[in-house]
Design a protein. Structure first.
Length: 381
């Protein structure tokens, strides 16, 4: 592993809890308000960050069988991601090569046998190849081999589907992950199973949502009536893995890790909630008995599609287990993410639009968010 093991972060947090190590130094970092409100700044982010980098789309078990597909407009582009008859996952622009009609209507989860254009019924296989042109004799010099669906670079690593929204781009997913896969393997993400998901359109800039998942300062305050009581106040740490951030927020059980050698910690999830901010668009939250994936797809400077997926260690084997995961999903999805994290992101967007402030202030307990904005600033230079 080319970076410290997650257990080293738990040991560090336990030392801080015991008063043997210092927390982050005080600081004041300001981010201009127009980074969240200026359409021109947003367009630079869209071009430099979201169109030129791999984005996390979903866990591969969401489309387990041949013909299973996810249809979603991403950053204004109509995209379909499908598992083919050979088991491979590919992504295409959801557009007919004849007259440009959208092929698969609507959004969300579908089962396909092929792609059939509703306009003139040009038909494409699950691999994107053009299979049939009705009344083909009416066309001159048409080569079906050159008129397959436009493919988007797609890769699967650690059970996760990554997509790049620029046709023909060269996507080096392993370089992008920069060793993050070691951590995802440690937490066995590839062995998890899709359980359920929700999709929301949030009236906020995408970075305001990321900010909410990058600071341990708010946990016992904003979440005081939900998950806050499970955590000591502002005991968190972050580390870079490439451009991605590994974050850990200590849980109350961190007291039990004090004095334990790293090799004797065992399962780390009771001691801290780990989250991974995969730059630029996603957050993986490693909960004690399930994992949340949050994927953000900006629509406009003040509008973001928020996709939350629950992954579970195994398919529920009983009604009791299904009910447990259903209730857990409702608590985190509606009671925490929607009612609290999304609530403050949308409320902050309205506050920023008012003109009351010219910058947002981040302190030492929000160092992970500061680091995130430093990567953005570097990429936009």
């Amino acid at each position: 592993m080319g970076h410290p093991h997650p257990r080293d972060m738990v040991t560090h947090l336990a030392q801080r809890y015991a008063g043997n190590e210092q927390g982050p130094a005080a600081c004041s970092e300001r981010i201009p308000v127009n980074h969240y409100t200026d359409p021109k700044h947003f367009e630079r982010e869209r071009e430099k960050l979201f169109l030129q980098r791999p984005l996390l789309l979903a866990h591969e078990t969401r489309i387990p069988d041949a013909g299973d597909a996810i249809v979603q407009d991403l950053l204004g582009l109509p995209v379909v991601t499908v598992r083919g008859a050979d088991g491979n996952i590919q992504s295409f622009l959801n557009v007919c090569r004849h007259r440009g009609m959208r092929l698969v209507q609507g959004q969300g989860q579908v089962r396909l046998r092929s792609f059939v254009c509703p306009y003139h019924q040009w038909t494409y296989g699950l691999d994107g190849g053009l299979r049939n042109i009705p009344r083909a004799e009416s066309f001159l010099d048409v080569d079906k081999a050159t008129l397959g669906l436009v493919e988007l670079p797609t890769a699967v690593r650690n059970g996760l589907i990554w997509i790049q929204l620029t046709p023909g781009a060269s996507m080096d997913i392993d370089a992008h992950l920069a060793g993050l896969g070691d951590d995802l393997d440690y937490f066995k993400l590839g062995d998890f199973q899709y359980c359920q998901h929700s999709v929301r359109e949030v009236a906020a800039n995408w970075k305001l949502i990321q900010d909410a998942f990058l600071d341990g300062y708010h946990v016992t305050r904003l979440h005081r009536n939900t998950v806050g009581p499970f955590f000591p106040d502002a005991l968190a740490d972050s580390q870079f893995i490439g451009d991605h951030l590994r974050n850990a927020v200590a849980r109350n059980e961190i007291a039990e890790a004090v004095g334990l050698p790293p090799g004797e910690l065992g399962d780390l999830r009771p001691y801290a909630t780990f989250s991974y901010t995969t730059f630029p668009n996603a957050v993986l939250v490693i909960q004690p008995d399930y994992t949340s994936i949050i994927c953000l797809f900006p629509v406009a400077v003040d509008k973001t599609v928020f996709v939350h997926t629950m992954l579970v260690p195994h398919a529920p084997a009983s009604d009791e287990e299904r009910d447990h995961f259903r209730r857990s999903f409702e608590l985190i999805d509606e009671g925490v993410f929607a009612a609290e994290d999304i609530f403050v992101a949308a409320g902050t967007q309205r506050g920023l639009d008012s003109g009351a402030n010219d910058s947002l202030l981040f302190g030492g307990l929000e160092e992970a968010a500061i680091r995130f904005h430093q990567v953005i600033a570097r990429e936009l230079r």
